[in-house]
Design a binder for this molecule. Structure first.
Ligand SMILES: NC(=O)c1ccc[n+]([C@@H]2O[C@H](COP(=O)([O-])OP(=O)(O)OC[C@H]3O[C@@H](n4cnc5c(N)ncnc54)[C@H](OP(=O)(O)O)[C@@H]3O)[C@@H](O)[C@H]2O)c1
Length: 272
């Protein structure tokens, strides 16, 4: 055990699908939780006074200082949609003709999008890293399978608007920070809370708790990943010193055993 009840974990992106489950797992383990949120009312409603709340936006470094006070660990589950959507917060809001222009013109798109992958997954994560206390015990970053093989189909389609490029920049910021980090790379997220804009959310795809967890390294895995297990991995790794300075891919497949042995999964990643 490297963590104790005296620890205070800052969860960024706590209102998101994985983020909500991360908070719940941390509370279940008796750890102190502070969430970083852009929306105080939404978070108060969601977490019902069970967590400390810091209002901040990872795009604005000046809003992150207070949130970092006494924080021992950071788990970042922030993200935006992979494809242009309202989550990119275009300013001003485009009409349909402008939507077409935005889709074909990358410079126009980036100048109008206030919450694009570049601004959240690259710049925002870099701000979070820069604001982290120097004595931080762990920075856990939720990234994505495929960041190192973006040219392979179908990942090239997923990366059409730069989400994997941005996630890789975020990973680099974490890796180059000198902080003890762990990067968790899920595949296509499955199981609720259904918060993202994609097909698994549309069809409410779920695992029914039937699938085992596969963890690998080297960015070769592909498939679906249960948000429940992804969130558990983000929390369990902070108790395992061997996961420091490591990146792991996580996929849900195979028949689930009665107990998930996280220590074994992280110490003996599957060879793909
Ligand atoms: N969907 C997939 O299949 C898939 C696959 C691989 C990896 N991933 C990645 O896995 C992660 C978790 O996915 P998810 O579906 O749980 O995400 P999600 O529900 O979309 O949640 C995203 C979170 O990021 C927060 N956020 C967005 N912009 C922010 C900003 N500027 N400052 C602070 N917080 C901000 C949101 O807060 P608000 O409530 O304020 O909006 C929300 O809490 C994401 O990084 C996603 O890219 C997803």
């Amino acid at each position: 055990m490297t963590s104790s009840v005296n620890d205070l974990v800052l969860v960024a992106g706590a209102t998101g699908g994985v983020g909500q489950l991360v908070v719940s797992k941390l509370l279940e383990k008796g750890l102190g939780v502070r969430i970083l949120t852009r929306n105080l009312a939404k978070s108060q409603n969601m977490f019902d006074d069970r967590v400390e709340i810091a209002v901040g936006d990872i795009r604005d470094a000046t809003t992150l200082t207070t949130a970092m006070l006494n924080v021992t660990h950071i788990i970042s589950c922030t993200g935006t949609s992979a494809f242009p959507s309202n989550r990119w917060e275009f300013d001003p809001s485009p009409n349909w003709i402008e939507w077409v222009q935005l889709l074909i013109d990358p410079q126009l798109r980036e100048s109008r999008a206030k919450n694009s992958p570049q601004k959240v997954d690259a710049d925002g994560v870099s701000n979070l890293v820069a604001a982290a206390p120097l004595n931080l015990q762990r920075f856990v970053l939720l990234s994505s399978c495929g960041v190192t093989r973006k040219k392979e189909p179908p990942l090239n389609i997923l990366n059409s608007f730069g989400v994997l490029d941005a996630k890789q920049k975020g990973e680099e910021a974490v890796i180059n920070s000198g902080l003890p980090y762990t990067i968790i790379r899920p595949g296509r997220l499955i199981d609720g809370p259904y918060t993202s804009y994609d097909i698994n959310t549309l069809i409410k795809a779920k695992t029914d708790g039937k699938f085992d967890v596969t963890i690998a390294q080297g960015d070769k895995l592909a498939g679906d990943s249960s948000r429940i297990d992804v969130a558990a991995a983000c929390v369990e790794c902070i108790f395992l010193p061997g996961t420091v300075k490591q990146s792991y891919e996580l996929i849900s497949k195979g028949t689930r055993p009665s107990v998930i042995d996280w220590e074994k999964l992280f110490s003996q990643p599957t060879t793909v």
